[in-house]
Design a binder for this molecule. Structure first.
Ligand code: DON
Length: 355
């Protein structure tokens, strides 16, 4: 039982956001800050305003995607990755070295842009139209060779190499769909528990570039565009995404937890369904890969790929390593006569429920 958290939620249900940002919950947070020598004041909380940002819209092989705009990098990086893959050509067989090479190289290029160019658009000018355009993706696809990997350092200029998030997808009987990701960042966030209010404070500051050239907790090496500034929102990888089929009908609601691997997991669930025609269960269970530009390597989920494929990728010049867990996704797909929900086998404690 969590009576303090229940009380907090009740206060928000009764009085809305004001209870949190200006009312008694704000008092409780400020008191916790004083006890622990923290920096957040009641005035900081009262000044906070949510900001409505138009969802990002893109297409992939005739399907439409609606995803999260900056200051999350999720929708932008998924869009750029998928646009590059579309321009690269038809998808090779799932699990083949050719396919892993294509997806890893597209992710590598998209993450180079993510890590160097993206930040809160209220503070930095970001080339969103360019990064999400088909012509830009075509130019990038031309840089991907068919038979060898390129080092990140060839394309990344200006950047040198020197858990706790939840996603849920919901749909009602009318087809209204919601994809939500919410994050504390690390496990138990900052580890600071607000006594009396029943929740932990996040450690989202690590999603900023706290020091250029230095990796954050996810190994991401990011640029000045994502530097810390007062009132600025940090760059996230959250990728809540809705996919419509070529007729414009709802097909998929997806997203994940897992730091930058959120982008890879969400992209690959979408790719598995559109390119490899998998069922939702297969698309979610299929082994995933991850390339975030730096470290300049491709993670292959342990045991997911033939040893001959792993050896071939290494010969192509990819630095490959096997490690379990490329994020945990949660998704719902429209199927004949209704919907199918699936929670990732990589998740502990998640579930798909119908009502
Ligand atoms: O917004 C982000 O990109 C990170 N705060 C997400 C962290 C995360 O997914 C950790 N959890 N499993």
């Amino acid at each position: 039982m969590q009576p303090a958290l229940a009380h907090t939620i009740q206060l928000i249900a009764d009085s809305g956001a004001a209870a949190f940002y200006r009312g008694s919950i704000a008092d409780t947070i400020a008191a916790q800050m004083q006890r622990d020598g923290g920096l957040i004041t009641k005035e900081d909380l009262a000044r906070y305003r949510p900001d409505w940002r138009e969802p990002l819209r893109s297409t992939y092989r005739g399907y439409s995607l609606i995803s999260m705009p900056p200051s999350s990098s999720g929708g932008t990086t998924i869009t750029e990755t998928l646009n590059i893959l579309e321009a690269y050509g038809p998808a090779a067989r799932f699990g083949s070295a050719e396919r892993v090479h294509a997806v890893a190289s597209a992710s590598q290029r998209a993450f180079i842009d993510r890590n160097s160019k993206l930040g809160d658009p209220a503070f930095v000018k970001i080339p969103l139209a360019q990064l999400t355009s088909k012509s830009y993706a075509r130019a990038i696809a031309k840089t991907i060779s068919r038979d060898h990997a390129d080092p990140t350092s060839r394309f990344a200029s200006g950047i040198r190499e020197g858990n706790e998030t939840t996603h849920y997808s919901v749909v009602d009987r009318f087809g209204n769909a919601v994809a939500t990701t919410t994050t504390l960042n690390d496990l138990y966030g900052s580890g600071v528990y607000v006594r009396g209010a029943g929740f932990f404070l996040n450690d989202e500051m690590d999603d900023f570039t706290s020091k250029p050239g230095t990796p954050n907790m996810f190994g991401l090496i990011q640029g000045e565009a994502n530097a810390i500034a007062p009132g600025k929102r940090m760059l996230s990888a959250m990728s809540p995404t809705i996919v419509l089929d070529p007729k414009g009908q709802l097909l998929l609601i997806a997203g994940a937890r897992g730091g930058p691997r959120i982008i890879s997991a969400t992209s690959q669930v979408i790719l598995n369904i559109i390119d490899h025609r998998m069922s939702l269960a297969d698309a979610m269970n299929a082994p995933r890969i991850h390339h975030q530009s730096y470290p300049d390597s491709v993670q292959l989920e342990t045991g997911g790929f033939d040893s001959a494929v792993v050896a071939r990728l290494a010969r192509m010049g990819h630095f490959v390593y096997e490690k379990a867990g490329v994020a945990s996704a949660a998704a719902i797909m429209r199927v004949k006569g209704g919907y199918e929900g699936f929670d990732d086998r990589r998740t502990r404690g998640g579930a798909a429920v119908g009502y």
